[in-house]
Each structure stands twice: as C-alpha cells, then as structure tokens.
Design a protein around this ligand. Structure first.
Ligand SMILES: CC(C)(COP(=O)(O)OP(=O)(O)OC[C@H]1O[C@@H](n2cnc3c(N)ncnc32)[C@H](O)[C@@H]1OP(=O)(O)O)[C@@H](O)C(=O)NCCC(=O)NCCS
Length: 177
C-alpha cells in the first residue's frame, strides 16, 4: 500500500478523551497520583488516537516533553485528551494533554502534556506500514502540525537515528531566531 492510496483524515477523527479516577493504589507515598501510572494512562489514550487514525496496530516508539507540573490528588478525576498532530511514513505524532479536577469540578487545571510517537504495523505485527496523512483545520491544529517536523528531527537526533548535520529543519528554525 502506498501513502497516496490512503485517504487523509481530519485531526478530529482521532480525538480521544479518556477519564479516570485516582484510586488509592494509583498513588505514591505522598498520596498523589504516581507519575508512572499517569504515563500508562497517557500511553493508552495516545495509542487509541494513533490506532484510530491508522486503523491498524501501533507501537509506542518514543515519548517527549513529559513534565509533571502540578500534582494530581487521590480522588481527583483525570481527563486525558489525545489526537494525531502529523504523520510521516510509518510513524505518527500524537499530542496528549492531561487535566485534573475534584469530583465537584473544582480546581480544574492542566497538569501536563506530552508528544508520543507511534509506528503503525501490519496485522501480523511483523512489518511497519505506511500511515494516512492528517489534515489540520483549526489554527491550533496547524501550529501543532507545523512544529511536528521539527520535533521529529530533534527526537531522531537525540535517539541517534539522525546526524545533527542532517537536521535541516532545525537548522533553518534556529537561523530565524
Ligand atoms: C518502533 C519500532 C517499530 C521501529 O522499528 P525500526 O526497525 O527501527 O523501524 P524503522 O527504522 O523502519 O523506522 C520506522 C519508523 O519508526 C521511527 N522511529 C524509530 N525509532 C524512533 C524513535 N526513537 N523516535 C521516533 N521515531 C522513531 C522512524 O523514524 C520511522 O519513521 P518513518 O517511517 O515515519 O520515517 C521498533 O523499534 C519496535 O518495535 N520497538 C518496540 C516498540 C514497543 O514495543 N513499544 C512498547 C513499549 S515496550
């Protein structure tokens, strides 16, 4: 299958919203949501968005920019939103945002965000497969789409898959500053 044979999809087609309640066994010794448990939920929400877009099996290849800016407390309701920002050949980037509030909806806050990269696989999970393009429609979707190429270059450089000298988009970006 070639990329040109695949029908492009809107960002909204992959939009996923997942809700969880922080139970006692999700917490760390301080009584707040443990970072690893949150990352697990984020990975699930992101992989659903990626799978919906590709209509295939996907595996997590990398995760960037995770930072835990605000604690999430026991009993809080956690909402995780994810959607595809851009696709490449067999890989695609998914942006994930995490919000938390108490049961009454008070203290609603954004707690963290991250970019996940997935690779689409064939049904037998043995080979990678090409993924459909994504069409950004809103200003925010366009902004995420534009930045995705640069983030891809950076993560490929950091993972040793691309030589810094080959990172053309990043070079152009820094020249403009
Ligand atoms: C991700 C994986 C499929 C890549 O396999 P590979 O043989 O390196 O594949 P390729 O070199 O053909 O690369 C395939 C795509 O993955 C991308 N990729 C590979 N490693 C990456 C990384 N660290 N970060 C971002 N993208 C990555 C490549 O850029 C390429 O994208 P493109 O096709 O859009 O250009 C493979 O490493 C794997 O199966 N990893 C384990 C995944 C897993 O089990 N995840 C769950 C966590 S345990």
């Amino acid at each position: 299958m070639k990329k040109a044979d695949l029908k492009a999809k809107k960002v909204s087609d992959s939009k996923t919203i997942m809700t969880e309640m922080v139970m006692p066994n999700d917490t760390n010794p301080s009584g707040n949501l443990m970072g690893g448990n949150l990352m697990r939920w984020m990975d699930i929400a992101a992989s659903i968005a990626a799978g919906k877009h590709c209509e295939s099996e996907v595996v997590t290849a990398s995760v960037d920019h995770v930072s835990f800016t605000k604690p999430i407390f026991k009993g809080d309701i956690v909402t995780i939103e994810s959607a595809v920002t851009r696709t490449f050949n067999s890989s695609l980037e998914v942006y994930v945002e995490v919000f938390a509030a108490d049961m009454k909806g008070n203290n609603n806050r954004m707690c963290n965000h991250a970019y996940f990269t997935f690779v689409a696989l064939t049904d037998d999970m043995k080979k990678t497969r090409v993924v459909p393009d994504v069409i950004p429609l809103t200003r925010e979707e366009e902004k995420l789409f534009e930045g995705a190429e640069r983030r891809r270059e950076l993560r490929l450089v950091l993972s040793g898959r691309l030589q810094p000298s080959e990172a053309k988009i990043m070079k152009e970006f820094f020249k403009k500053l």
